[in-house]
Structure formats: C-alpha cells, structure tokens
Design a protein. Structure first.
Length: 89
C-alpha cells in the first residue's frame, strides 16, 4: 500500500509563499482534517515559533509517556540548513 501524501502550504494566487497575510487559524484548522499517520514539517516553522513557546524545565528532557489510545500523528522535522546533517559522516 502506497502512502497518501498531502502537501499543505499557504500560497498566494501568484505563487508566493511569503509576504502576504495568512489566516493561521484557518490554515491549522484545515490541517486537522486529514487524519494522517505522520506530519512532516520544516524546521524553519518550529524555529520561528520558538519565541512563543513556553519555557522548558527538566521535565522537557524526559521521554514522553506512550498512550496507545493517542491517535495524533507522528511529527518529523527535517532540518536542511547548511552545515547541519545529523547522522552523516
């Protein structure tokens, strides 16, 4: 069985991906409707949100407890910035 791939971007009518107002509530509300098994999100998205994240304490370094009833998708964050290639020698 092949995976189903959905590409979800906010794009203007002229194809731009930045420099225009984005309705983030609508963007993320739509993203919750797909029921995917895994989400692939770019590192820039998370690095930009770092200023808005709550402060971490030691509990943030502990592995999360696994709940078999949790149906949220896995989250994978690739980082293709120059000079960063984990696991590549």
């Amino acid at each position: 069985m092949l995976p189903r791939v959905i590409l979800h971007n906010a794009v203007s009518l002229d194809g731009r991906i930045d420099g225009f107002p984005v309705d983030l509530d609508q963007y993320y509300e739509l993203a919750t409707t797909w029921k995917e098994d895994a989400t692939l999100a770019g590192s820039d998205t998370f690095l930009k949100a770092a200023n808005e994240a709550p402060a971490e304490d030691e509990s943030a370094l502990q592995p999360p407890e696994i709940d078999p009833r949790d149906r949220r998708p896995l989250l994978a964050i690739p980082d293709s910035r120059d000079g960063y290639a984990p696991g590549i020698i």
